[in-house]
Design a protein around this ligand. Structure first.
Ligand code: DGL
Length: 263
């Protein structure tokens, strides 16, 4: 049996889990939404790193995972290096804003990046940006910390999602009117893709990484996966909110369970 653990601060990682299920239909997934502590994007990096370590230990000990997908840009930026150090035998796949595909696709060479403050402030993001500066020197990057947006999506607050999307995308367009490519650098944002696309206008292409992460996960699983394609949805906080999001956005009816202490 192959079990892959997936976690995020909340419902955002479901956008990655959807692609994982499609790419790996026979794998069993345990999805953990840390929604008692969402959003991660405004928390100190050290806190996110420690919390990611605790979640990973718990997924290994309680759920015997064979691989881990950190379905959160913020947690990847803060903690993936130390997770890999602590668990050298565990295949770990993270998510990063898709700068490289964006650089390849843009025609106007004006690319926007929407992400959390934590992701954009991280050293990991700075390194990624520097690599792209060298490989694609003509591309101009316009970053915007979409403060509040992940939280609005997390709580299913459609009015706030609309308002914040408009505010953040307008700010990017004011800075770069010729922008034609917009990287969704937080796994929550694909669930606001319609609102983001509307705010950005027809000439702007949105990019996320879910499919690439699913392909990468398929590659790192060393044996041919076996399992029943079962998905277990777990939450540290409101399990009903997770179940509702899975049903509303993905049509999944599995339900979700609350877990107390991660021990
Ligand atoms: N979904 C997460 C990410 O990709 C975190 C959003 C948040 O909790 O702030 O960054």
């Amino acid at each position: 049996m192959t079990t892959v653990g997936v976690f995020d601060s909340g419902v955002g990682g479901l956008s990655v889990l959807r692609a994982l299920r499609e790419a790996l239909p026979q794998v069993d997934f345990v999805y953990f939404a840390d929604n008692a502590f969402a959003p991660y994007g405004e928390r100190p990096a050290e806190w996110v790193t420690e919390r990611s370590a605790a979640i990973t230990r718990w997924l290994l000990e309680r759920h015997h995972i064979d691989a881990l997908v950190v379905a959160c840009n913020t947690a990847t930026a803060a903690g993936i290096d130390s997770l890999r150090q602590a668990h050298p035998a565990l295949p770990i796949v993270g998510v990063e804003p898709a700068l490289k595909p964006a650089a390849a696709l843009t025609r106007t060479r004006q690319v926007g990046v929407l992400a959390t403050r934590g992701t954009l402030a991280s050293e990991r993001y700075a390194r990624l940006r520097e690599r792209l500066r060298q490989s694609h020197p003509a591309v101009q990057w316009h970053e915007r910390a979409a403060v509040g947006l992940a939280a609005a999506i997390e709580t299913g607050d459609t009015a706030a999602t609309q308002r914040l999307t408009q505010e953040h995308v307008s700010a990017l367009l004011a800075q770069a009117p010729a922008l034609d490519t917009l990287v969704l650098g937080c796994t929550h944002y694909p669930f606001a893709a319609a609102a983001i696309a509307q705010a950005a206008g027809t000439g702007v292409r949105l990019i996320d990484t879910a499919d690439a992460v699913a392909r990468r996960t398929r590659d790192v699983l060393d044996a041919t996966p076996t399992g029943q394609g079962k998905v277990t949805l777990l939450a540290s906080g409101d399990a009903q909110a997770l179940a509702t999001a899975a049903q509303r956005w993905l049509g999944w009816t599995e339900g979700a369970e609350q877990v107390g202490n991660l021990r």
